[in-house]
Design a protein around this ligand. Structure first.
Ligand code: NDP
Ligand code: 8X3
Length: 251
């Protein structure tokens, strides 16, 4: 079995690739940070004795995505599971004060990047007459919160795309699922706040957020249901978070 996980250099994607590897899958790991990819590949291969293909590309560049998928070696072509995880939030501003570069990064990565790789990989899955695509959405794709505008918009798009893809790919025997996490402590907030570690830390202060492994275990559970079962949609939250804006923090 083969799983392709986008954004596997950090956070949820890294944990997801590891859990699939630990369950005997060969894995294709992607991201832009080459050094992290090659280090992770070495670790996974020696720990789990499986095969790992590291593909370094920027998911916003359609030509890079197509080249990477079109040139898959034969032993990595039969992708069983695609986890569309690569994504980010950039900034947290009102619509009137929004930074257009931030907007474009989020739209290009979270929506267009997801579409580019899905188009390429779904063609491979259609040829193989099987496959499972698992999209990483967010609670921000189910609700809107103040200053979340464009990030929420991109994740609402992922929510709609998951539903729509499920219809398009049904006749080809390809399952489509979505997982929508609340707060997960990863590099997400450091990226959102442009490297400001202390601001990022404050997001999770006084509560226990989800770990990347919590989400990865859910993704693996979704992927490992019997062939006749599809988990359409999961919302996974820390117990200390009721919705996007209501959290219980201890002193
Ligand atoms: P991280 O910042 O830890 O990981 C993000 C991953 O996405 C990295 O591997 C990064 O790789 C990759 N990525 C980002 N931009 C690109 C790009 N242009 N091309 C290729 N890869 C890219 O964050 P998380 O693990 O938290 O985020 C993973 C997903 O989970 C995202 O879609 C996020 O929106 C979603 N999510 C996160 C939540 C949270 O609270 N953390 C909650 C709900 C959803 P590299 O930089 O090497 O390219
Ligand atoms: C990340 C979680 O609440 O910051 O998708 O949007 S949140």
């Amino acid at each position: 079995m083969i799983a392709l996980v986008t954004g596997a250099t950090s956070g949820i994607g890294k944990s997801t690739a590891e859990i699939f590897a630990g369950n005997g899958y060969d894995v294709i790991i992607t991201g832009r940070r080459e050094e992290r990819l090659s280090e992770f590949k070495k670790n996974l291969e020696s720990k789990y004795k499986i095969k790992v293909l590291a593909l370094c590309f920027d998911i916003r560049q359609v030509a890079e995505v197509e080249k990477a998928i079109n040139s898959l070696p034969a032993d990595f072509k039969k992708i069983d599971v695609l986890v569309n995880n690569a994504g980010l939030a950039a900034g947290l501003s009102s619509i009137q004060d929004g930074n257009i570069d931030h907007w474009e990064r989020m739209i290009d990565t979270n929506i267009k990047g997801l579409l580019y790789i899905t188009k390429s990989v779904s063609k491979v899955m259609i040829e193989n007459k099987k496959g499972h695509i698992i999209n990483v959405g967010s609670i921000a794709g189910k609700e809107a919160y103040a200053n979340g505008n464009v990030y929420c918009g991109t994740k609402h798009a992922v929510d709609a795309l998951s539903k729509s893809m499920r219809i398009d790919l049904l006749q080809h025997g390809i399952k489509v699922s979505a997982v929508n996490p609340g707060m997960v402590e990863t590099e997400f907030s450091v990226v959102r706040f442009d490297g400001d570690e202390s601001r990022a830390k404050k997001v999770y202060e006084g509560l226990q957020p989800l770990s990347p492994d919590d989400v990865a275990e859910t993704i693996y559970w979704m992927a490992s249901r019997p062939a006749h079962v599809n988990i359409n949609d999961v919302i996974i939250m820390p117990s200390a978070q009721a919705n996007s804006t209501t959290v219980k923090r201890h002193a």
